[in-house]
Write a protein that binds this ligand. Structure first.
Ligand SMILES: *Cc1c(COP(=O)(O)O)cnc(C)c1O
Ligand code: SF4
Length: 409
């Protein structure tokens, strides 16, 4: 890599978090194909991720050996313009117990509570498109994080409608089995909880977590305890590209997790230059299905951080999804998407249609803050440039972007 390329990489990494590990470097990246290699693009910063003026400013500061405080101030100023907390994550999802806020929990959809364990707010490597990037660079006080399981249990007691608890991060599987157990075991005592989900990229970024790490067996025993308590342990595996499933150790990890009685469901966003190709999606969903993993969500890249660099237009995302979906068996069609995790809810693009002479997106809420919205179709004017929900405008002379009869979203 030339000196100016290294400087550009450092400049981007001063603003957006960068972290990788030897497994990703040795086993996943095809170094002969760099810089276009999809796994390289997945974890290494690229100059185009910052606007040209911001990149130039950071490069100048680094080249002049500016004091650390000046570099940090410039980085923070740029970050503040990159919509660090999309979809109301901080302001509106944080629940209240007896009038007191419970930081580190999020309760957006009636049946699912998210918990962000304090020790799980990092990852084995960082995806450059990650919408959780502020968790990795922010002041500790601004991080979404908790370790108060007593309040969590009281909150669950007050909300019997919650059937699912999603332990998320960062990546909860950076925690040791001992620490993870402190979050999981109390949940087994709550009768209304039917499933514990763990959102993780470890299957792909650190499969050793399930195979050779010193406490791999303890982790699998913890998974087995959940199944033994009559609840589902769902490993929500983040898998972006079929290459991630190829190493032999991943096959072993999958077998061990499934033998522990856990279910593995898979989700990832559609990302330009990484997996925005119907053949790649077909291979990904087929290989998941072959290994007994359940395809779950294909997301649209969110409106935060380097969205402009990784975004795929909604119309292209839909066409690619439909093309790939039409080529896999019904067993793989458990995949849903393309889905936008937006402020009012999870919006799925169900189709494109010509109605009364207007080209429209046919949309549907898979999830919504307001449960009345779920499952009802609605329409948006077809804008070929749109990359996110907030780019969409009402269609067919309607005034809002909401299902008929449910009021404004
Ligand atoms: C996606 C999501 C969930 C889970 O929704 P499911 O449809 O049950 O998978 C829960 N909370 C938040 C904030 C989410 O984005
Ligand atoms: S593993 Fe998940 S949380 Fe971690 S950097 Fe990647 S997308 Fe973000």
């Amino acid at each position: 890599m030339a000196a100016h390329e290294r400087l550009a990489l450092r400049a981007v990494a001063a603003v957006l978090p960068f972290r990788t590990n030897e497994y990703v470097i040795d086993e996943l990246i095809d170094w002969a194909a760099v810089p276009d290699d999809p796994i390289f693009r997945l974890t290494f910063p690229q100059p185009g991720m910052l606007a040209a003026a911001d990149l130039a400013r950071m490069v100048r500061l680094l080249r002049e050996d500016a004091p650390e405080g000046a570099v940090r101030a410039a980085a923070n100023e740029i970050r503040s313009r990159l919509n660090p907390h999309p979809a109301g994550q901080v302001e509106v999802n944080e629940p209240l117990l007896d009038g007191v806020r419970l930081p580190g929990l999020q309760h957006k959809y009636a049946e699912t509570l998210l918990i962000f364990p304090r020790q799980g707010q990092t990852c084995h490597a960082y995806c450059q498109y990650c919408f959780r990037w502020p968790q990795f660079v922010g002041e500790p006080a601004l991080k979404i994080a908790m370790d108060d399981m007593d309040s969590t249990l009281r909150y669950l007691g007050a909300h019997p409608e919650i059937t699912d608890v999603l332990i998320t991060g960062g990546d909860p599987l950076v925690m040791s089995a001992d620490v993870l157990r402190r979050y999981v075991e109390p949940l087994l005592t709550v009768p209304s909880v039917q499933a514990i989900r763990i959102g993780t990229k470890a299957l792909s970024y650190w499969p050793s977590r399930f195979v050779r790490d010193p406490d791999a067996d303890d982790l699998l025993r913890l998974f087995a305890r959940v199944a033994g308590a009559g609840k589902q342990l769902a490993l929500m595996a983040h898998l972006t590209h079929p290459r991630e499933l190829r190493p032999e150790i991943v096959t072993t990890a999958i077998r061990r997790v499934r033998d522990a009685g856990a279910v593995i469901r898979c989700q990832a966003p559609l990302i330009r230059g990484i997996n925005d190709n119907a053949d790649v999606l077909v291979e990904l969903w087929r290989n998941m299905t072959r290994s007994g993993l359940l395809p779950y969500y294909l997301f649209v890249e969110r409106d935060t951080g380097p969205q402009q660099f990784f975004a795929v237009s909604l119309i292209r995302a839909y066409e690619m999804f439909r093309d790939a979906y039409s080529r896999v068996s019904g067993l793989a069609r458990t995949i849903r998407g393309p889905v936008m995790s937006a402020h009012p809810g999870k919006v799925c693009i169900d189709g494109l249609a010509d109605i009364a002479g207007e080209r429209v997106f046919v949309l549907r809420y898979l999830q919504a803050r307001d449960p009345r919205l779920v499952g009802r179709p609605f329409f948006a004017h077809l804008d070929p440039e749109a990359i996110w929900f907030t780019d969409l405008k009402p269609a067919l002379g309607l005034t809002g972007l909401a299902p008929v009869g449910t009021g404004p979203a």
